[in-house]
Design a protein around this ligand. Structure first.
Ligand code: KG4
Ligand code: ZN
Length: 333
């Protein structure tokens, strides 16, 4: 039996989790509210907030798990990619904790952690089997991945510019809906018509994506309509949310569907913050029924950034004795 303390601090969530083998004992997340007023993450403020949060969050995770720091066997931490100042806080904490107790350190790649969150064992889930395909969609990444093993991931397609979450957040910002905009757009879209407005998606070869044009055409569309009706956004908010969400999510699903069919793989997962989106979740369920795929949709708590996913990735590395050196620096990209 292995008990792992996991730390995630790559962006604006300070999180700590305790895992016993592949099960979670606790998963504490402190989301930083300070960025809301700026409409996006301010890196300098993020690192400061991590610094304030890290010790209380780890204490809470140990307490909720009812585990003493003496019984931790290894510390897993997100090494990158992410904001350097944010990563530094988690990396330094993990090193200090491991050094003080003379236990191994396990470095985790944030993207692998999102995907491997599907291997967190619960009473109500079955785990994916290799090979499977995962659409990883977050604020920083959009990739279709083929997983042959826990740490053997082939990129079948990816965005050539903005990430899907970034595009959704920017659309929300243009409509003055606050940050992060994904959850707000998702909620407002439920009251709107998804075919009210049409925003074109670019023709990109293969399984790659591009979202910067979508964002620009949304901006120009609004600029034109605001000339005629300065209250256009207020008058049509739900329809705008439903239409832009449909444009982005359906684009994600179209390419995913083609990539999965071409691969012959029959197990398909989604991961990352945007996998919390209701249209994406329903769309994948529908594709699963249509093609007889087995689909894996993460519980909400594992979609956006959290340390439990770092813990499960760390656990599989721990089993391989894949330990990190105390001198390892974090990496931004
Ligand atoms: O994985 P994550 O927490 O952080 C990164 O690694 O980037 O993803 C955050 C992203 C944000 O862009 C946020 O707007 C988006 O996930 N998001 C959503 C929803 N919940 C979070 N996007 C669409 N619908 C949602 N329900
Ligand atoms: Zn993430």
């Amino acid at each position: 039996m292995t008990t792992i303390l996991a730390i995630e601090s790559s962006c604006d969530d300070t999180s700590a989790a305790v895992l016993r083998d592949d099960r979670i004992l606790s998963n504490v997340i402190a989301s930083q509210k300070v960025h809301e007023q700026y409409g996006g993450v301010v890196p300098e403020l993020a690192s400061r907030a991590h610094q304030q949060n890290i010790i209380p969050v780890v204490d809470a995770a140990l307490r909720q798990a009812d585990v003493s720091s003496q019984s931790i066997d290894a510390v897993a931490f997100t090494r990158g990619p992410g904001l350097l100042g944010s990563l530094m806080v988690g990396v330094s904490f993990a090193k200090g904790f491991a050094q003080a107790r003379n236990i191994p350190l396990v470095e985790v790649n944030h993207l692998q952690a999102h995907v491997l969150s599907h291997f967190i064992r619960r009473d109500d889930n079955t785990l994916p089997q290799f090979p499977f395909i995962c659409l990883l969609v977050s604020g920083g990444h959009t990739q279709i991945l083929l997983l042959r093993d826990y740490f053997d991931m082939e990129v079948l397609g990816q965005t050539i510019d903005d990430a899907a979450g970034e595009a959704i957040d920017k659309a929300a910002k243009i409509m003055d809906l606050g940050y992060p905009g994904g959850p707000v757009i998702d909620r407002l879209a439920k009251e709107g018509r998804d075919d009210a407005y049409h925003f074109a998606t670019p023709a990109i070869p293969g399984y790659d994506y591009s979202f910067s044009g979508v964002k620009t055409s949304f901006l120009y569309f609004l600029r034109d309509h605001l000339k005629e009706d300065p209250q256009f956004i207020e008058h049509h908010r739900a329809d705008l949310c439903a239409s832009i969400q449909a444009c982005i999510v359906d684009f994600l699903l179209r390419k995913l569907e083609r990539a999965v069919i071409a691969s012959g793989v029959r197990q398909v997962a989604i991961a990352g913050g945007v996998s919390a989106n209701s249209r994406l979740r329903e769309g994948l369920q529908r594709l699963g029924k249509k093609h007889h795929w087995e689909v894996f949709i993460p519980p909400f708590q594992f979609c956006t950034d959290n340390a439990a996913m770092v813990g499960i990735a760390g656990y599989y590395k721990y089993l391989r004795n894949d330990f990190a050196d105390i001198s390892l620096p974090p990496y931004a990209r």
